[in-house]
Design a protein around this ligand. Structure first.
Ligand SMILES: *Cc1c(COP(=O)(O)O)cnc(C)c1O
Length: 364
């Protein structure tokens, strides 16, 4: 029996995608091979990677002056690639500057990596309140090489509701946990990146969407694999790409189109989030960690206020088939990640289970 999987990542995939992959496991598209066994330079794999890119471009409305790169190393490798490629300098040259808004642990990790290469200023931070809100974003400084944000903060469950206005300074966003959750104006950004394992497919693939003019500026000492131009010049085939995750992402993108595209996906995601937040706001046992308007529609953290009771709930929920609801190891509590592939019915059933747990707890 399939469980309802609320994991923050790797996370639930659409069942039709898994079933299709299973049916094509040993013979993909009449080739007599699994996609895992194909040469990445073969005529059999070419349509797989081309279809994945074309679908992503169409669904997200990616303009033609942006490249789509299929890389490895997770979103975490982008924490180094972004500063190296957008603001790295040759030895002896004056270091460049950048702005960053610190909205959580992933933004902090990006900061810690970037300061090795760039003078990054933390322009605003919500660290004072355990990152449970999005601070007002100051304007960039004129000489900033880029302006960095994490659009959806997976661990604490906050999300930017309006983008900072950065003018000519390229806006860079980590969209690992919100890519394809709703329409996004790609042209507002210089670089977007996402690890695939939240809303796109399996772990092992990182998608980078980068404006053409930002490619080709890495300093000469940059490792070849960490240069955007290396991958852009070779159509993501400089070395072996993560072939199978690219194939699964292609199936996920087909599924999104068959469901009606991002407007339908967004409506469904808002419906799921509202089910959960409305209940949490009314509950006398559980309380949400984040207040409007900063609430993520992808990651919903909540607590009872009693660690032992949180653990009791997590065990009871797992027993009833609602799994991976534990909060991030650094913050504890409970977190329901309700990515695209989580059906409305899964959230409705979780809420019914929570109501029942609350009734049993409050009456005892
Ligand atoms: C999961 C996550 C990461 C880390 O991704 P990896 O692919 O494991 O490196 C970075 N940023 C955000 C916002 C995430 O949700």
């Amino acid at each position: 029996m399939r469980v309802y999987n609320f994991s923050s990542g790797p996370s639930v995939l659409p069942l039709p995608v898994l079933e299709r992959a299973a049916s094509e496991m040993c013979d993909a598209n009449g080739t007599g091979q699994s996609v895992m066994e194909m040469s990445h330079r073969s005529k059999d794999f070419k349509p797989v990677i081309e279809k994945a890119e074309a679908l992503l471009r169409r669904i997200m409305g990616i303009p033609s002056h942006y490249k789509v790169l299929f890389l490895q190393g997770g979103a975490s490798t982008q924490f180094a690639m972004v500063p190296l490629n957008l603001a790295g300098v040759e030895p002896g040259e004056k270091r460049k500057s950048a702005s960053l808004v610190e909205t959580g642990i992933w933004a902090k990790k990006a900061l810690d990596e970037a300061v090795k290469y760039v003078d990054v200023a933390v322009r605003a931070s919500s660290k004072d309140a355990a990152y449970n809100y999005i601070p007002a974003a100051p304007a960039p400084r004129a000489d900033d090489a880029y302006y960095y944000i994490c659009l959806n903060n997976t661990i604490v469950g906050t999300q930017w509701d309006a983008l900072p206005k950065t003018g000519a300074v390229p806006l860079v966003a980590d969209i690992s946990s919100c890519i394809l959750s709703a329409p996004l104006d790609v042209s507002a950004f210089g670089v977007l990146f996402a690890g695939a394992q939240k809303n796109l497919g399996p772990a092992g693939l990182t998608v980078v969407i980068i404006r053409d003019d930002l490619i080709g500026h890495a300093p000469s000492w940059t490792p070849v694999m960490l240069r955007y131009d290396t991958h852009a010049n070779e159509g993501s085939l400089y070395n072996t790409p993560p072939c199978y995750p690219i194939y699964i992402m292609g199936l996920v993108l087909e599924w999104i189109e068959s469901e009606g595209g991002l407007p339908v996906i967004e409506r469904r995601n808002r419906e799921k989030a509202a089910l959960l937040y409305d209940y949490l706001d009314a509950s006398t046992l559980f309380r949400p960690v984040v207040k409007p308007p900063y609430r993520s529609i992808m990651n919903v953290p909540f607590v009872t206020g009693d660690d032992l009771l949180d653990k009791e709930f997590l065990a009871a929920a797992a027993n009833a088939g609602f799994v991976n609801l534990a909060g991030h190891r650094l913050v504890g509590g409970i977190r329901a990640s309700i990515y695209n592939a989580m059906p409305v019915e899964g959230v409705a059933k979780l809420v019914a289970f929570m109501k029942d747990f609350e009734a049993r707890h409050v009456s005892r």
